[in-house]
Design a binder for this molecule. Sequence first.
Ligand code: 1CP
Length: 351
Amino acid sequence: MTDRFLRACRRQAVDRTPVWLMRQAGRYLPEYRALRQRVDFLTLCKTPELAVEASLQPLRRFPLDAAIIFSDILLPLEALGCRMTFNPGPRLAEPIRTREQVAALDRRAAAETVPFVGEAVGLLRRELDGRTPVIGFCGAPFTLAAYLVQGEGKEGFGALKTLQYREPATLEALLETLTAAMIDYLRLQISSGAQAVQIFDSWAGLLDSPGYQRFALRWVRTIVDGIADLEVPVIYFINGGPHLIEDAATSGADVLGICWRTPLDVAAARVGPGMSLQGNLDPHALFAAPDEVRRLTRDVLARAAGLPGHIMNLGHGILPDTPIPSVEALIDTVQHTTGKAAQPATETCRR
Ligand code: 1CP
């Protein structure tokens, strides 16, 4: 088994830097688009055999060091009684903006309401047969609340920020419900075979530091505490939050996912020791020619040189039109510039 990803999460020695890509299963792959021609997105997520097929597609093409279960952060919200469609982004049938709506959310167990996610994780784990570790995931409560309150992904999330200031207690009640649901949801994935979990906080950057501590960080900490007894590494990814790095470093997670906006050496100095870092090539960098992708990848690796537990990744999810040769160039560069034989010094030697 290639356990360099799990070892890096725990800051143990590795033979080379592990690499996987956020949203590695998805529309940039022709085989994913072919699968989607046959079935709609929700059917794909809810049919364990098909979800596993989508998870395996990027692994067949690229020597990735981790698999991530194919689902979406919004899926478990259906289990709370929220109806939604995807085209391609999520849209809620009815945004949640009142105390009454929060109180009316369903609170049944994930094993009962989204059993297909547990089944898919178990099936993926068996299919990989120990060759590649399986990552489970969920959305962070604030990021989930962003979609629930706004009703869709929308620049600025005005309805969410209005609720934050006008009725903070309503937002907190919603966050509390989401936190309990996500603890239960991650526990289901871990007991089904997930060997690490990632919490995606894609919209935490909408908050200033006091707001972040109250409406985002506190609930992420509760999730980390709520699964600590299961002893799997936890990755906390926060997007758009260069102003929140010091706060985010206190989440209790093992790994902090850094978005593309902050160079890793700068982030490392601000995070301090005791956490692995994941990231952080700009997803748009993959639209450069492969040689430039190699150069930019070496730059990220050089900035992470000497950090215990760097996990190479993008600094946000891979974009739908990303050219495949660029993905190959990124992964190949990680494989050949890190490790025993080739230290990050290669960068300097080659110049
Ligand atoms: O048309 C299609 O095929 C649907 C496109 C799609 C896909 C492939 C969506 C809709 N979700 C997904 C899969 C998905 N989403 C994964 C799969 C596993 C993998 O990583 O390979 C994961 C981890 C997610 C997580 C997710 N969904 C996040 C967090 C990560 C991030 O990028 O910030 C967010 C914010 C979502 C919401 C969402 N779902 C889908 C879209 C297009 C969006 C973004 C909408 C927006 O811009 O707000």
